[in-house]
Design a protein around this ligand. Structure first.
Ligand code: SAH
Ligand code: DHB
Ligand code: MG
Length: 231
């Protein structure tokens, strides 16, 4: 009997983690806190967390915005990447998730770097814009999936030329290609790609984007990476 695909993907993820990710008691404690609080096991994987960290480093990010905090696992990966004096703003709707993640930010010594805003992202985003909180150098969209098109529009408003926008969970085990799928999450990621397609093909493209399918400990999914163009 061969291995189930997910079993193999998980082993391979663990192989690379063992080689490329240094033991990290703080991150391990964040993961444990999520389990202990009964939060869903949907944080980015360690390898994906490090990818977000590397993207932030490559971009020289000083200001990062995240939609969807959960226990703060991805938040901490990114907060550790900002240049000195940098900040991460993370938006979370669930008070319990906010409480767990705020404890984790303090334990990680990042309470001064990370600002969590409790509330629905669709309400926090216009407030951030009104306050002039942007532009952000990196924006990670990882909250509810049905609203991804709206979140992408807000992300653009909070961007500058060169801002990197990463959107998680856009492949949905391949369901993204099915135009008849009625799942609002699938419709959200389909609409995102229609928007990106239209913008990419404009005479002066507003964005350059690619979507990468992923397998690993979280199964089969994928993420989009977009870069806002010079205006
Ligand atoms: N980025 C996290 C995982 C986020 S899971 C990580 O990788 O570690 C998605 C999170 O989005 C959950 O905590 C959920 O409560 C939150 N969420 C769902 N709908 C939301 C909304 N409308 N506004 C803000 N946060 C929302
Ligand atoms: C799921 C995975 C995610 O990365 C996320 O942000 C939300 C949900 C999931 O597998 O259900
Ligand atoms: Mg996600």
């Amino acid at each position: 009997m061969g291995k189930e695909p997910k079993e193999l993907w998980t082993e391979v993820d663990h192989f690379f983690e063992g080689l490329l990710l240094v033991p990290d008691p703080v991150m391990d404690a964040v993961s444990r806190s999520a389990v202990e609080a009964g939060l869903p096991p949907i944080a980015v994987s360690p390898a994906q967390g490090k990818l977000l960290h590397l993207l932030a480093r490559i971009a020289g990010a000083k200001k990062i915005l995240e939609l969807g905090t959960l226990a703060g696992y991805s938040t901490i990966w990114m907060a550790r990447a900002v240049v000195p004096g940098g900040r991460v703003v993370t938006l979370e709707a669930d008070p319990k998730h906010a409480e767990v993640s705020r404890k984790n930010f303090a334990a990680a010594g990042l309470a001064e770097v990370i600002e969590l805003r409790l509330g629905k992202a669709i309400e926090s985003l216009p407030r951030l814009a009104a306050e002039g909180a942007g532009p952000f150098d990196l924006i990670f969209i990882d909250a509810d999936k049905a609203n991804i098109p709206e979140y992408y529009n807000w992300a653009k408003k909070l961007s500058h030329p060169g801002t990197v926008i990463v959107i998680d969970n856009v492949v949905r085990e391949g369901a993204v290609t099915d135009p008849s799928n009625k799942d609002p999450d699938v419709q959200g990621v389909r609409r995102l790609h229609e928007m990106l397609a239209e913008e990419s093909r404009a005479p002066r493209p507003g964005v350059a984007a690619t979507t990468i399918q992923t397998v690993g400990v979280k199964g089969y999914d994928g993420f989009t990476i977009a870069r806002i163009a010079e205006s």
